[in-house]
Design a protein. Structure first.
Length: 114
């Protein structure tokens, strides 16, 4: 929800100053960053569940899926950031903002006492 508010503010503020195409690019950049944050979260969940299964079978190799997941996240999310910034020409501040807000939302949800 916070990402939508930030992007909405960006559309309103830059839409008056720079034209609709620039504000549309800002929204697309923010959503792209948020999607990368969601992919990061899904990769983390996958590696943790694989680690839990590995701990049952071979406890000495229980952390191996976590380390392999970190390498996957580096390649996939880092590559996604590079593609978004270089190849697609998205705005860096909005891509990183969308990514950070998504990651902070994950921390907020998981750390919130039930």
């Amino acid at each position: 929800m916070l990402v939508v508010l930030v992007c909405g503010y960006s559309v309103i503020s830059s839409g008056h100053q720079q034209g609709l195409s620039q504000s549309t690019l800002s929204v697309i950049s923010c959503v792209y960053g948020a999607l990368l944050g969601m992919v990061n979260t899904m990769l983390s969940k996958r590696s943790v569940s694989r680690s839990a299964k590995a701990a049952m079978k071979t406890p000495q190799f229980a952390m191996l899926p976590v380390y392999m997941g970190l390498l996957n996240k580096l390649l996939i999310v880092g590559g996604g950031l590079a593609i978004g910034l270089v190849a697609l020409g998205l705005e860096p501040i909005f891509v990183v903002s969308g990514y950070m807000v998504t990651q902070l939302a994950l921390i907020w949800v998981t750390a919130k006492p039930s």
